[in-house]
Design a protein around this ligand. Sequence first.
Ligand SMILES: Nc1ncnc2c1ncn2[C@@H]1O[C@H](COP(=O)(O)OP(=O)(O)OP(=O)(O)O)[C@@H](O)[C@H]1O
Ligand SMILES: [Mg+2]
Length: 489
Amino acid sequence: MSCQKSIHDPRSAIHAYSMNEIKNYTPKQIVQELDRYIIGQHEAKRSVAIALRNRWRRLNVKGDMQDEIIPKNIIMIGPTGVGKTEIARRLAKLAESPFYKVEASKFTEVGYVGKDVESMIRDLTEIGVNMIRQREQECVKGKAKDLAEERLLDLLLPIKKKKAPPVDMTMTPVRIEETTVPEEEDTSRTREKLRQMLRDGKLNDRKVDLDIGPKPPAFTGGPGVPMVEIISAGGSLDDISSNLRDMFGGMFQQGKKRKKVPVPEALEILTHEEAAKLIDMETVTKMAVSFVENNGIIFIDEIDKIASRSDLRGGPDVSREGVQRDILPIVEGSTVSTKYGFVKTDHILFIASGAFHVSKPSDLIPELQGRFPIRVELNSLTKHDFLRILTEPQNSLTKQYKALMGSENVTLQFTDDALEEIASFAAKANEQMENIGARRLHTILEKVMEEVSYDANERAGTTFEITSPYVQKCLVKIIDNQDLSKYIL
Ligand SMILES: Nc1ncnc2c1ncn2[C@@H]1O[C@H](COP(=O)(O)OP(=O)(O)OP(=O)(O)O)[C@@H](O)[C@H]1O
Ligand SMILES: [Mg+2]
């Protein structure tokens, strides 16, 4: 996110914000970008790419039609470990959107039944506010640093009574009282000298007294943030208590303590405090709400676990359908009260996912089916996919292990046939036992790496080559013994 937008005129800033911040990647570019991290699953990539582009298109539609266009929510159907979550997560990162993942089944669990599903919107808003706040703080960082430097100099300059020697570096620094500044010129020269020393890092060993609170003041909300609203809106007990904490946290200045802090750390803390003071939380909140409403992505995992209708079975299914009914208004578009104000969910993009082994998307209540018009199936991964997953993605597993070993000064190499072997073992293990998709590669590779991981520090300066026979040696006994492989792989 960039910070060229003006924060002084909240209204225009907000509009500019929601337009500019929707990345105008074309679907093709989005797919290309996803290809760097995820192997295959082209259909799913296409669908999410189109959904993302449609949000940008919608914001370019003029007039009241803009409000009428609803997001094309997606259900991703596919076995475990084939990249469903990964696609959604990468998409959100790419779009720089606030992203929140929630397991649908969580709402049916004991202790959660009836838990307010609106909490997902509150959590998403929290994430959005944090993103905007960070961005704004980044923008005022330069100024904040200057102010922090001044404050730090105030702390560093010791009290001078009569004609004291310029500065006694061994003295414990004490806050200077304004009334005790004797000769202005002298002080300002000392101050400049001190500033230079500070900038040159010559004061890094010194400590200053700082009042450190758990959160800088502006972090607990700002003027005009309707924090009380939520209580009247019938939130759950959880929300109410957290809200009370927010309200009173600011009043009592929770545990503000005076501490001795090294100069560099003090500068950092003060910069943070000054940045928080410089940004206007009211504007940040407004921007964030608009940001979340137009850019937010909610990923509902395990939707298949709540997909069965009470007329088919009984008992726990009632609560499952109940959860679907709870989720429905949020997906359909409603207004949720959060501590940052009301958030409209109409244009938030929902991506649901599930294996749908037992149930089918058609087992969802019709209204919910209608709200997820795009269904896309992900394929199970083959040996060929595994081979590519091992090496091709940006931070593929083999690259990770090479880097890990590199930190011990060991050069790790995989021969081509070793990679083939690992991929085929993974496919075999998935066939023989449970199909856990690409996650199998983690367990297999960990086993292959066991020996060298253990004593890499003693191998510094050497090269360790993983060959096909070596992989065989590590895995053959385990894979042939089904009982053993259930535990190890
Ligand atoms: N097609 C793929 N390309 C690259 N990596 C993959 C692919 N599929 C899965 N992975 C890797 O496997 C792991 C699990 O993938 P992910 O979390 O996306 O699974 P999932 O489909 O959401 O499964 P579940 O249904 O259990 O939630 C991740 O570390 C991911 O990077
Ligand atoms: Mg997942």
